[in-house]
Design a protein around this ligand. Structure first.
Ligand code: ADP
Ligand code: ADP
Length: 207
């Protein structure tokens, strides 16, 4: 399969957690717009400066900024046989722009209800050295690295509410949009990380 795969779902659904598994199975490099924006922010580039206020408020960064970022990323040689998008597209406008740039072969939607999302996001921690995503209760990090774990600035209860609101208004309709195109595969994301991983694996193996 030469097209790209989209990992779709609300913030905190477990997209990043499952992305490495899918990348391993398919050989497609993960492309996370959230990670790209956070790198830009910490490097203080023009893009980072532009995106900062939106990210900290839990609002979507403007479509044209994101589309430009993806357009450049897809020019890299490792993207020639498709990539694994995580957190992109998030609006119908982004999806329409993506259609002009590359082929999407499947959209895997990880479904988790809002009340579980809040707990997942508030307990999320990241290891800045390896990029590994942990959770204080659901995926505890080894004790040796506790001191270096970081919590994202936007992973607060207040910001989560705003992100979920944006998800329901701006992103969720995109699931139906992909459904109408026969590309949507829906996965129950409420089980454990391993259980969701098993569902994701069998979905990817049918592609
Ligand atoms: P999560 O997976 O927890 O929702 P991400 O790391 O994907 O978070 O995104 C963090 C923030 O970066 C978002 O709240 C938003 O401000 C911005 N962002 C990431 N991807 C996009 C996108 N495709 N369109 C607009 N904004 C985005
Ligand atoms: P996303 O990329 O969709 O924003 P993450 O993969 O970062 O989501 O996961 C959000 C948080 O929830 C992380 O702390 C992660 O360890 C945890 N998590 C992921 N999948 C599950 C799961 N199936 N059950 C419980 N916690 C999970």
């Amino acid at each position: 399969m030469t097209g790209s795969i989209v990992l779709f779902g609300p913030p905190g659904a477990g997209k990043g957690t499952q992305a490495s598994l899918i990348a391993e199975i398919t050989g497609k490099p993960p492309v996370s717009t959230g990670d790209m924006l956070r790198s830009a922010l910490s490097e203080g580039t023009e893009l980072g400066v532009e995106a900062k206020a939106f990210m900290e408020a839990g609002k979507l960064v403007p479509d044209e900024v994101i589309i430009g970022l993806i357009r450049e990323r897809l020019k890299e040689p490792d993207a020639s046989k498709g990539v694994l998008f995580d957190g992109f597209p998030r609006t119908i406008l982004q999806a329409e722009a993506l259609e002009e740039i590359t082929e999407v072969s499947a959209v895997i939607s990880i479904e988790v209800p809002d009340d579980e999302i809040v707990e997942r996001i508030i307990g999320r921690r990241m290891d800045p050295v390896t990029g590994e995503i942990y959770h204080v209760s659901f995926k505890p990090a080894p004790i040796e690295i506790h001191d270096r774990l970081v919590q994202r600035k936007d992973d607060t209860e207040e910001t989560v509410r705003s992100r979920l609101d944006g998800y329901h208004k701006q992103t969720k309709p995109l699931g139906n949009w992909y459904g109408e195109r026969g590309l949507l595969i829906t996965i129950d994301g409420t089980g454990s990380i391993l259980e969701v991983g098993a569902l994701v694996t069998s979905a990817v193996n049918t592609l």
